[in-house]
Design a protein around this ligand. Structure first.
Ligand code: G3H
Length: 547
């Protein structure tokens, strides 16, 4: 049977994949990454059981046959191995009396400082793996690594600041007290594939530095990139404080949750999975959840908006990292009076985005890592077309293997799936509106409540909308795309979008609980306190000022 004839666009996407010889030497990865390593109880071991292939979205053209490449192997652990990881974390916690949870704040900060020093040494290796595993451009992969290092450094500074504020005693109503923040226990940390390093570390590091112990399960894509960091974890922290496990969620996470030994769940992923995990815990009230979940952030482009700015921000908001950001703009509402101009500019801007392999300079659109993602996106597009929408840009929705050319879909009506689902990919649904109430209704009825963007120039209209919307979402962006950063700002959501708040300082609060030591302000108690402090007998009760 002869191969089907490809359209010009399909041919172009097909030809964007490299042959083994055309991959630049400096971005090739070595067989070193094939080692199925894991870290449990302070030891880096080679897994001898079943393995799971790590498949890259970067397909390779081998004499005309184009296939995803296999770039490594990771352990496909079973229940026993996963529980070994959990028990190591439980032992390191030791009912809150382990070396790490009782260590001075200064001691924990020194360990994390050493870790960040070692982390910097593997920057190029981690970045290269990130690019191959999730298809993120080389430039953005470096940005993710550097942002994560900055996050850790700012976390250290925030902890110093909070510890300084707690390094004094209070005296009220005849009671002397010292209030500090203490760790919660054993934390299960699971990050997402789209920010596999950053979003794993923005929970892992605050949990760690506050004195918790951890079991970390890397995401399915973005798993190998954690391997070069295992040595730093093994060297910088006491045995069992950080454990990395790998495998299928139902095999390794279900038994961990059912054990009831998890005190904190830090999970970035879908609300559906979060609900399943929480329900598996036998005493859910004992477990604190820190969750970053689904979102369908909309943009409202008003009649008086600066169109060039709105288009620029909507393009980045919808298509940065191929639309695979939880903060991405996932539905654009544009006023009927400017819809034609807006769409013309949008098509031109999206047509100009370079599509190719992640190492190509200036590339903006790259292969998609999730299996069957292209088919899912096509399903959404076909559904919208069946309900009266059109694809506005040439080649929109064309795909070849893991490459998908972005599709601008208009008009998307409330009965189309794209109106409600989080597409998490390069599909840009647009609808027009004549009354702002349509936008308010969309936001109110939505299951999600993370962020939204307003584009316009009339302060009174914007002020009115802010007051209507501020109790529906957690961040309103004026004339700018939605985003998490800067990391000092609170990052959270309402409804199905999040539980708890992350920012550099908020994360330290999330992973800790206030504990205090108090006594009557009489002479004998004062003498005891004085002796403990001046004799430096306690890591908790002290007045050290960390510089
Ligand atoms: O996927 C969700 C990320 O937290 C978004 O972060 O807005 O900095 O891309 P970002």
């Amino acid at each position: 049977m002869s191969a089907p004839t490809l359209t010009n666009f399909e041919e172009k996407l097909k030809n964007s994949f490299p042959t083994p010889e055309s991959i630049p030497q400096e971005v090739k990865i070595t067989s070193k990454n094939y080692e199925p390593l894991y870290l449990i109880d302070g030891k880096i071991l080679t897994w001898t059981g079943p393995l799971q292939e790590v498949s890259s979205p970067i397909c390779i053209n081998q004499q005309g046959e184009i296939k995803r490449s296999i770039i490594g192997m990771v352990p496909a652990m079973d229940e026993k191995a996963a529980m070994d990881g959990l028990y190591a974390a439980v032992r390191a916690w030791d009912n809150g009396r382990g070396v790490w949870p009782t260590m001075s704040v200064k001691g924990r900060i020194s360990a994390v400082e050493k870790f960040v020093g070692m982390m910097r040494l593997v920057r190029d290796e981690v970045v290269k793996l990130m690019m191959w595993e999730i298809g993120k451009s080389l430039e953005d992969s470096y940005k993710e690594f550097d942002r994560t290092v900055d996050y850790i450094i700012k976390t250290i500074d925030a902890l110093k600041e909070s510890d300084r504020n707690n390094s004094r005693f209070s005296l009220d109503d005849g009671v002397i007290a010292q209030v500090r923040r203490s760790p919660l226990g054993v934390c299960l940390s699971m990050g997402p594939f789209n920010y596999p390093l950053n979003e794993t570390y923005t929970t892992l590091i605050p949990a760690l530095i506050m004195g918790n112990t951890l079991v970390v399960k890397p995401p399915k894509f973005g798993v190998l990139l954690h391997q070069p960091l295992l040595e730093a974890f093994a060297e910088c922290f006491p045995a069992g404080v950080v454990n990395f496990i790998y495998g299928h969620g139902t095999n390794i996470i279900t038994p961990i949750m059912k054990s009831g030994l998890i005190d904190v769940l830090a999970f970035i992923g879908s609300s559906k999975v979060a609900d399943i995990l929480k329900l598996q815990h036998p005493r859910p009230h004992r477990m604190r959840s820190i969750l970053g979940l689904d979102a369908k952030n909309p943009a409202l482009v008003m009649a008086d908006a600066d169109l060039d700015l709105a288009v620029r921000e909507c393009v980045m908001g919808s298509l940065a990292f191929n639309g695979q950001r939880c903060t991405g703009l996932k539905l654009l509402f544009v006023h009927t009076s400017i819809i034609d101009q807006f769409l013309t500019k949008l098509v031109t801007a999206i047509d100009a985005l370079p599509q190719g392999m992640p190492w190509e300079k200036g590339v903006k659109l790259t292969p998609l890592p999730e299996f069957n993602k292209v088919q899912t996106l096509k399903g959404y597009v076909d559904d919208a077309l069946a309900k009266g929408a059109k694809i506005l840009n040439e080649g929109g929705g064309t795909s070849y293997e893991t490459m998908f050319h972005p599709a601008i879909i208009y008009p998307v009506t409330p009965d189309a799936a794209l109106y409600g689902v989080e597409q998490f990919g390069p599909v840009v649904p647009v609808c027009s509106y004549s009354d702002e109430q349509e936008f308010l209704d969309f936001v109110t009825k939505s299951n999600y409540g993370q962020q939204l963007s307003l584009f316009g120039t009339n302060p009174k209209t914007i002020a009115h909308l802010i007051d209507q919307l501020t109790n529906q979402v957690s961040r309103i962006n004026i004339n700018s795309q939605c985003q998490r950063g800067p990391d000092t700002l609170p990052f959270t959501g309402r409804k199905d979008s999040a539980e708890a708040t992350l920012s550099i300082s908020d994360a330290l609060r999330c992973f800790s609980i206030r504990s205090l030591v108090a006594t009557q302000a009489n002479e004998s108690s004062k003498d005891i306190i004085q002796d403990i402090v001046t004799g430096r007998h306690s890591n908790f009760l002290n007045t050290d000022f960390i510089l």
